[in-house]
Design a protein around this ligand. Structure first.
Ligand code: SF4
Ligand code: SF4
Length: 351
């Protein structure tokens, strides 16, 4: 096994409980979920992330604001010289009570630097068609305004699916009006509740080609950054970002399982012949999983491997890199095989 690189960013899903019940949620989170990491386990993960060299810890869920210990978690990460980041809907209850300025101020004083809110549509009708919670559009916006007033840097996550992807420019406009600095596109992952949702709502190759045009248009118009990370390299919509799965990033689930990145959630090591116990951070600790798991090591090797057909002869490979390793694994059941399932060459050759 080769020497593992330093971990750069750890994401900790502190609870599966959530005020929303989004149709596409790959974590299968919701108001009735009870699985959560114990506070001691979160504290240990933070210490181990620092030991592995991480610069950033993101608290996610479910809804991390539902954990009363969140400010203590943030303080522990900041105290270990890592940048704490929060992913949230901004909602404290399923009847759309938003977090207020006082809550965000407490988190900022504990060391929080950045908050990313999920916005799934540019109107209440469109956002709430995805979240299934009345009033959640206004509540997320109110929480976002409170976070800005408290002095935090803020952005939106937007998951493009068939029902909402043409609203990207409007979402970017909302971000600009609210004083947010960034809109990040999260690629839909057909896992958890996303699996039954995919046949109706996953973007087709033609939709992705249209999304690419919208991203380029948004970047021309917007005063906020419009970001697509490595999962969207296949869109060829800017400078490529290297796949970080198991080489720079790890995600820990509310049940204490480590995954190479968010998109690998629910892809179990057994699928590739490795025991599940290899990624159990509650039993083994994060340091051992990161350094000794054969599964993590195989994901690193697959991400760095030379391209296979049809990508080997493709002129787009330097920018696309065969797309997203996790999406390829979900589509094929194999680690590292073939082209991204949404490869744009199915419809055109982008310039
Ligand atoms: S597997 Fe996909 S989502 Fe995960 S780091 Fe690589 S490109 Fe990004
Ligand atoms: S063939 Fe492979 S490298 Fe070329 S665009 Fe498609 S996924 Fe990317």
């Amino acid at each position: 096994m080769s020497t593992p690189p330093a971990l750069e960013a750890l994401k900790i899903e502190v609870t599966q409980r959530c005020s929303l019940a989004c149709k596409h949620c790959s974590t299968d989170a919701g108001p009735s979920r009870t699985t959560a990491l114990a506070a001691e386990a979160v504290g240990r993960l933070i210490r181990e992330a620092a030991q592995l060299g991480a610069a950033e810890v993101t608290f996610s869920g479910g809804e991390p604001l539902l954990r009363p210990e969140l400010a203590a978690f943030v303080g522990a990460a900041a105290g270990a010289s890592m940048r704490p980041h929060l992913y949230t809907s901004g909602l404290l209850t399923p009847d759309s009570v938003p977090a207020d300025e006082g809550r965000f101020r407490t988190l900022r004083e504990a060391g929080l630097q950045k908050v990313t809110f999920t916005l799934l549509g540019a109107s209440a009708a469109s956002h709430e068609r995805m979240t299934l919670v009345a009033g959640s559009f206004a509540a997320t916006r109110r929480a976002g305004e409170a976070a800005v007033r408290s002095g935090l840097e803020c952005g939106f996550h937007f998951v493009p699916v068939r029902a909402n992807f043409r609203e990207l420019l409007d979402i970017v406009g909302i971000a600009a009006n609210m004083g947010f600095s960034q809109v990040s596109l999260l690629r839909f992952v057909p896992q958890g509740r996303g699996r039954p949702f995919a046949p109706r709502q996953a973007l087709s190759a033609a939709d992705h080609a249209e999304l690419r045009s919208l991203v380029l248009a948004a970047r021309r118009q917007a005063s906020v950054a419009v970001r697509c990370g490595s999962p969207y390299n296949f869109l060829l919509a800017g400078r490529p970002t290297a796949c970080t799965a198991a080489s720079k990033t790890a995600t820990v689930s509310p049940s204490g399982r480590a995954y190479p990145c968010d998109a690998f959630k629910n892809i179990e090591p057994e699928m590739f012949g490795f025991p599940c116990s290899e990624t159990d951070v509650l039993q083994r600790g994060l340091v051992s999983v990161w350094r000794e798991s054969h599964y993590f090591s195989s994901v690193r090797e697959a991400a760095a491997a030379a391209p296979a057909e049809p990508c080997a002869g493709c002129a787009n490979f330097p920018r696309c890199g065969s797309g997203c390793l996790a999406q390829r694994a979900i589509a094929t059941g194999l680690l590292g095989a073939g082209a991204d399932p949404d490869c744009l060459l199915q419809v055109e050759t982008p310039q």
